[in-house]
Design a protein around this ligand. Structure first.
Ligand code: ATP
Ligand code: MG
Length: 420
């Protein structure tokens, strides 16, 4: 894309209600825009591109693990929620409304009931099991305190998966597979994270684990062992506990952002909803279930909480809206523009996500382009300036803002190597 053609409203002003770095920076760098109602944001072009990139990583890994993508309506009949008794239990977070015929509906905050309803109509025999069905779709929760931008919105993008099994053992096998799959997703996204034992809350069921992005600004307090991989949310372990229940090592306290949650559900939903299959002995049994969530839009905030500096965002390679920003120092200089255009096409041909900062108006000099590069946080900038006369360009790494002079003829290979 060309910067001159894109809607990227970067600003110096820090929104006064924003506390978290991710909230401030995503607004300032033009990724998102506040709509007006608490917890509602427009995703501007950069935000949409980034969200789609993160979403694609989630989808790829789930598909590799054998999950089926579907798409459910955001509007769910309240009657489904009444079948499990959650219409009452979920409280005010569940937004309810009526249509013109006085039928009651909800905006889905999660979709256990709706997915059980999908499967009970289509899966009748143990031969069709196991099955893992997911969607990546918008959720609405009328949160008591929507805040921190994408971190706790009212409308947010969630990947929600539900698995169906003939036995508890098979559900536990899938639960482990999902834990491994989530680890791949978080690793690919370049995140530092911890898997912790967690409370099952309003969703219900037996075992559950949370995926915590490690960041001081996290709302969750977690206990981690310094000797083994044990970790737990303080909700399930005494805060003054100092010894690891697994290996006896030292426990220490740290902060995390909950980005994913996996649950062993059992028959909590299938029983009341009469979702049953015929087992090997031709007897009806309720499905044994697991459920697995990832806060896809929250991930954007989490990535920035972990990766930013005083100048702006520092996206990881897998999440950056563009990996390379070509900065034309003087866009009015024909030679610079020509070199930049050629590099832009070459990188595109090699499949690199590249932005060409070709802005040529008086107000947008080299300084402004550099500031925008730092604020937006793409991985690398290539500055096309005066040194092209010596066959050189400047390569800037966003993470540490280090600069190196690279021969123009080598820059494509150098970038491809760095982005590998
Ligand atoms: P929290 O404790 O932060 O409210 P939760 O336990 O209610 O989260 P789940 O019901 O497990 O969350 O939802 C699955 C995932 O959806 C969470 O792990 C989180 O990443 C994301 N999520 C939940 N609520 C929000 C929200 N209000 N805004 C953005 N993402 C959210
Ligand atoms: Mg919640």
């Amino acid at each position: 894309m060309r910067f001159s053609r894109m809607l990227i409203p970067t600003t110096k002003e820090t929104p006064n209600d924003a506390v978290l770095a991710s909230h401030k920076l995503l607004l300032r760098a033009g990724f998102i825009q506040f709509v007006g109602g608490a917890g509602l944001y427009n995703f501007l072009p950069l935000g949409k591109i980034t969200l789609d990139k993160v979403r694609a990583v989630v989808k790829e890994e789930l598909d590799k693990a054998g999950c089926n993508e579907v798409h459910l309506p955001i509007v769910t009949p309240l009657s489904l929620w009444e079948e499990t008794g959650r219409a009452d239990k979920f409280g005010k977070e569940l937004l309810r409304f009526k249509d013109r015929h006085e039928n009651s509906f909800t905006l889905s905050p999660t979709n256990e009931e709706a997915m059980v309803n999908l499967v009970r109509q289509t899966v009748k025999s143990y031969k069709q099991l196991p099955l893992n069905v997911y969607q990546i779709n918008w959720k609405f929760r009328d949160e008591v305190r929507p805040r921190f931008g994408l971190m706790r919105g009212r409308e947010f993008l969630m990947k929600d998966a539900y698995s169906f099994h003939a036995t508890t053992e098979d559900m536990q096998r899938e639960f482990d597979l999902m834990e491994q799959t989530y680890k791949k997703i978080f690793t690919r996204l370049g995140l530092e994270f911890k898997v912790v034992e967690a409370d099952s809350g309003a969703i219900g069921g037996a075992g559950s684990k949370e995926f915590m992005i490690l960041a001081d600004s996290g709302e969750d307090t977690i206990m981690v062992c310094d000797a083994c991989d044990f970790g737990a949310n303080v909700e399930v372990i005494a805060e003054d506990e100092t010894n690891c229940p697994k290996c006896g090592g030292n426990l220490s306290q740290t902060k995390g952002i909950e980005a994913g949650h996996i649950f062993q559900l059992g028959t909590t939903y299938s029983e009341p909803m009469k979702a049953e299959f015929l087992n090997e002995n031709q007897k009806l049994e309720p499905f044994v279930m697991g459920t697995y969530g990832i806060g896809v839009s929250r991930l954007l905030a989490g990535i920035i909480e972990q990766n930013h500096d005083d100048k702006g965002c520092v996206w990881t390679k897998a999440s950056a809206p563009y990996n390379v920003d070509i900065i034309v120092a003087k866009a009015k200089n024909e030679e610079q523009m020509e070199v930049a255009e050629k590099l832009y096409s070459e990188l595109q041909a090699k499949g690199v996500d590249v932005l060409l900062d070709d802005r040529a108006d008086k107000k947008t000099g080299f300084g402004v382009k550099m500031k925008d590069f730092e604020l937006i946080g793409m991985n690398y900038a290539v500055v096309i300036g005066n040194d092209i006369s010596e066959g050189k360009v400047e390569l800037i790494t966003r993470k540490d803002l280090s600069k190196e002079s690279v021969a123009l003829e080598n820059i494509v290979d150098v970038l491809i190597e760095k982005l590998r």
